[in-house]
Ligand binder design. Sequence first.
Ligand SMILES: Nc1ncnc2c1ncn2[C@@H]1O[C@H](COP(=O)(O)OP(=O)(O)OP(=O)(O)O)[C@@H](O)[C@H]1O
Ligand SMILES: [Mg+2]
Length: 232
Amino acid sequence: MMKSNEVLSLQGVGKSFPATARGGEPIEILDSINLSLFSATSVAITGKSGSGKSTMLQISAGLLSPQRGKVLFSGQDLTALGDDKLSTIRSRSMGFIFQSSLLLDDFTALENVAVPAMIAGIPQRVAKKRAKKLLESVGLGDRLDHKSDQLSGGERQRVAIARALVNDPLILFADEPTGSLDERNAELIENMLFAMVAEKEVALMLITHNKAFALRCDRVYNLHNRSLEVVQ
Ligand SMILES: Nc1ncnc2c1ncn2[C@@H]1O[C@H](COP(=O)(O)OP(=O)(O)OP(=O)(O)O)[C@@H](O)[C@H]1O
Ligand SMILES: [Mg+2]
């Protein structure tokens, strides 16, 4: 058994935004958030619309900086790093899936998955081989050469999962990954995400409004009044 490593640690994270687009008294969104996430485990964040879930995810990925606290990724404080270092860490060690994941329209499913690996410096032939294997593992072995606008919504989400995993990330950030899918496709995507956590030992941070989906995670928190409440 591999030792489970701490991948992400939020320590006393606080975030506020200006009240309006023109500024004004800042409104506090997150207050003293603490969270640990380990490899091969999953954590779900639920909470009302506007409670700050996506803000917390963006801070965890170094896409937004908090006013207070630390964000340790593999022990390294993201809040102390510059944009270049952050984007390298994101492309090598983090995967992202959103409600409607943007794919490159003029590219095939295979290319969409291979491109991030090529950007990370993997030779094209190796990247495509890896992409093919991942697409097969999400049941799209017969859709490799379809352009992304020739795929259904559920198929596009599966391409997005394969793409998120192509650089063997330590963590997968999923913000409402099944929000735009019907029940059957949603369940397929859910099963795939948890399979990836188990097989690839990736850590999963999942944001969802779906209670049953959240409860499949090892830990569940509800973001409420700027703080995390333990649900499970
Ligand atoms: N860049 C920004 N500038 C100002 N306010 C912002 C900014 N980003 C988010 N907010 C505000 O912060 C609050 C939290 O937003 P966030 O997107 O994190 O909510 P959420 O929990 O993800 O909601 P949803 O479930 O609707 O996606 C909202 O009130 C939002 O208007
Ligand atoms: Mg959101």
